[in-house]
Design a protein around this ligand. Structure first.
Ligand code: MN
Length: 320
């Protein structure tokens, strides 16, 4: 087993075992949509709207705890459980400098012992999030990639090599990115045949939205947790267009047939203890309706933090 999972496992449900130290999270904003080449621009405004929604929901803390109605449980939420590291130094005219800054921010948070939550911005930010996590320490990284799209484009004339359509392709080129332990969820409709060839050649697992609807979220999550267990660390990369536009209208593209807001929250609740970094992209306040999508995004972050504060295996009954 990878180190993180092996270290966590013995504490599970064992009376008298020393509890693992709680995990801590750091918000980082990346207000940049210069690589949304073929989507709707506007995700640069997402970090401030997500932060505003998050502040509203977290004012329900009392005495360092919060009450989760979904489980009927209270959870510790001390002041330092989720800190805000501010925005990374994006440069509006310079994609490479922006991606470097985002990778630096993620790497720095991980090395400081915190779980970074990078708020995009467009989906080109998947790549620097994976790079920052991969560079932070030895060992392998798997990506759980929730997205209507595959983002496996190598390059084309209009989008170049590092657009919102290439994040997963570039991540797959990182030397310690374990693509065979990575998995894509909630994809749908049509994509490039070359992306299918790439998936088959590299062994990249895909569970489309139709299969999630047919199998149910919990069955899929069980498979995802087993699939990524071959890697040392896990990046949760969540493009908000994984969620159906009826539930998340404020996105960079609209693809019907996606996850419901319930399914999205449930996925994050259950995956949270297994995640070592998150990047949340493509929330677009310019296409949103009364912050509906920013509100959902903030809840995804809140559930990651509440349900991910204890590592996998450390909190019997709160996860699988
Ligand atoms: Mn997408």
């Amino acid at each position: 087993m990878p180190a993180q999972h092996a270290a966590a496992a013995p504490a599970s449900g064992r009376p008298g075992a020393d509890p693992l130290p709680p995990r801590r999270f750091e918000l980082l904003g990346a207000p940049f949509d210069g690589a949304a080449t073929l989507g709707w621009p506007g995700s640069r405004y997402a970090p401030e709207r997500i932060r505003a929604a998050l502040g509203w929901m977290l004012q329900r803390r009392e005495d360092g705890r919060i009450y989760c109605l979904d489980h009927g449980t209270t959870h510790p939420f001390p002041d330092d459980l989720l800190t805000d590291g501010g925005d990374v130094h994006t440069v509006a005219h310079d994609l490479a400098a922006t991606l470097d800054a985002a990778a630096d921010g993620v790497r720095g948070a991980v090395r400081a012992g915190r779980i970074p939550v990078l708020l995009g911005g467009d989906d080109s930010l998947l790549y620097p999030a994976a790079r920052g996590l991969a560079e932070a320490a030895d060992g392998t990284v798997a990506v759980i990639h929730l997205d209507a799209h595959l983002d496996l484009l190598d390059r084309n004339e209009q989008q170049g090599t590092h657009s919102h359509s290439s994040g997963m392709r570039r991540a797959a080129e990182l030397p310690n990115l374990d693509i065979a332990s990575s998995i894509q969820l909630a994809s749908r409709h049509f994509n490039f045949p070359s992306s299918l060839r790439f998936r088959e050649e590299r062994g990249l697992r895909n569970i489309p939205a139709t299969a999630i609807h047919e199998r149910g979220v919990d069955d899929v999550v069980d498979e995802v947790i087993a699939h990524v267990s071959g890697a040392d660390r896990v990046l949760l990369a969540f493009d908000i267009d994984a969620v159906d536009p009826a539930h998340a209208p404020g996105a960079g593209a609209h693809e019907p047939g996606g996850l419901t807001s319930f399914q999205a929250v449930r996925l994050v609740q259950r995956l949270a203890p297994h995640v070592h970094a998150m990047v949340l992209t493509e929330v677009n306040p310019l296409t949103d309706l009364r912050d509906q999508t920013a509100n959902l995004a903030a809840y995804l972050v809140a559930h990651l933090v509440v349900h991910g504060a204890a590592a996998a295996g450390a909190a019997a009954g709160e996860d699988d």
